[in-house]
Design a protein around this ligand. Structure first.
Ligand code: AKG
Length: 197
């Protein structure tokens, strides 16, 4: 794997950079065969759950299924493989894993940034994608609200690093055309607080 790291670095594509951060896309971090196998395993083995959220006056279903593993929680083999590969490519360690399962084009995630969920300051958030390709949109928080798009292909890794979450939001829009399922594995570094005895 160490030999391949240069290969991933050469193929990386910078989507955007801020003064102290960047969003970088790495295609084919997992081979096509690995991607299919990991997608099928995650679909079968992860304990997916649906969540509800308040939207204006109503309580509605979150439009995707989710799962998560806290720091210290044992990961299934498939997630250990994904986490290890992401750590090798990015030369960073992660301790929090969450998953999103977009069943079809009607599933989505709204505009948000990831900086207030018990994460370390300016955390790297890495997203590994499996299954169908979905587009991720990015928009700057400051005017003029620049918008960019990145297609997240199966087997790819997208890394949002440094202070990028302070300046940019991201979102997976719904798509109208028939779209197969996609699973994303989000790796983060959470601040672990000592629990007093
Ligand atoms: O599905 C994705 O890759 C995006 C997930 C996301 O935005 C998040 O977990 O914060």
């Amino acid at each position: 794997m160490a030999q391949q790291l240069g290969f991933f670095q050469e193929r990386q594509r910078r989507i955007v950079a801020s003064a102290a951060g960047r969003i970088v896309y790495f295609p084919a971090v997992f081979s096509a065969v690995e991607s299919v196998s990991l997608f099928e395993t995650l679909l079968r083995e992860i304990p997916w759950s649906s969540e509800r959220m308040r939207m204006y006056e109503k309580i509605v279903d979150v439009p995707r299924l989710v799962a998560w593993y806290e720091p210290g929680q044992e990961l299934p083999e498939s997630l250990r493989i994904i986490k290890m590969r992401a750590e090798e490519v990015l030369a960073e360690r992660f301790n929090g894993v969450s998953l999103n399962y977009y069943r079809d084009g009607a599933d989505s995630v709204a505009w948000h940034s990831d900086h207030n969920e018990g994460l370390t300051k300016n955390p790297t958030v890495a997203l590994a994608s499996f299954g169908a390709t979905r587009s991720m949109l990015f928009r700057s928080k400051a005017p003029p609200r620049r918008q960019l798009r990145c297609d997240l292909e199966p087997g790819s890794l997208l890394a949002m690093c440094g202070d990028i979450q302070q300046h940019w939001e991201h979102h997976i829009p719904k798509v109208r055309t028939p779209t197969d399922a996609r699973i994303s594995v989000a790796l983060r570094t959470k601040a672990v607080t000592a629990v007093s005895p």
